[in-house]
Design a binder for this molecule. Structure first.
Ligand code: GRF
Length: 197
């Protein structure tokens, strides 16, 4: 039997990556268990997803944001890793430093290309023929942390920003659970690059 390690997921919105991680965490043999979901928005749809699965949720208030977030994270027993999944806020530096190499994020581009907001739109506008997603450690920069795993997708001549975003999201749903598994189980030595058509 695999021992599950405790994970907190931070979200801001729709929560499709969260829903997908929950699905994987519910499987026997998957090495993570989601202990709690934290949002910086009380209207994030992902909060409903979490509650529907009986996962405790927290909304971080804007006032004293950093200390409140630290307090919530510090109160979770057996927390091994923090997963950002569409968390649209820069993490306070003290949180990043306290949890160095324990925070991972998924970004919808092949980093280091197209950092920051609207990465899919940036890729589309840039005319690239290949794009994808990256799971990386979070450091003090914007999408600059060490890369853990990447999934590539083609950009097709018929694509719009929306169709490209959908294809990248499908790749995210394959990549993030694998990347999380590889972080929690480094000895597995999983492939760190996948191509999704
Ligand atoms: C994803 O595209 C993720 O890469 C980015 O924000 C989006 C979140 O989508 N960081 P969802 O809330 O997981 O559906």
């Amino acid at each position: 039997m695999v021992t599950k390690q405790g994970v907190a997921v931070l979200i801001s919105g729709r929560g499709s990556n969260l829903a997908n991680l929950i699905k994987h965490c519910n499987k026997d043999g998957y090495p993570a268990e989601i202990l709690c979901v934290i949002s910086n928005s009380s209207t994030a749809k992902g909060l409903v997803v979490a509650r529907d699965h009986g996962i405790p949720t927290h909304v971080i208030p804007k006032k004293n944001y950093s200390s409140k977030l630290n307090a919530i994270l510090g109160s979770i027993d057996n927390l091994s890793l923090i997963c950002l999944a569409g968390f649209m806020s820069i993490l306070p530096i003290d949180v990043v430093e306290l949890w160095e190499n324990k925070i991972i994020n998924i970004h919808p581009s092949l980093l280091p290309a197209f950092r920051g907001l609207h990465a899919q739109r940036q890729a589309f506008a840039g005319g690239v023929k290949i794009s994808g997603c990256t799971v990386h450690y979070v450091d003090s920069g914007l999408d600059t942390g060490k890369i853990i795993m990447q999934a590539a997708v083609p950009v097709l001549p018929s694509d719009t920003v929306d169709s490209l975003s959908d294809r990248i999201l499908s790749a995210e749903h394959i990549c993030y659970p694998l990347a999380l598994k590889s972080v929690l189980n480094p000895h597995l030595d999983l492939e760190k690059f996948i191509f999704v058509r």
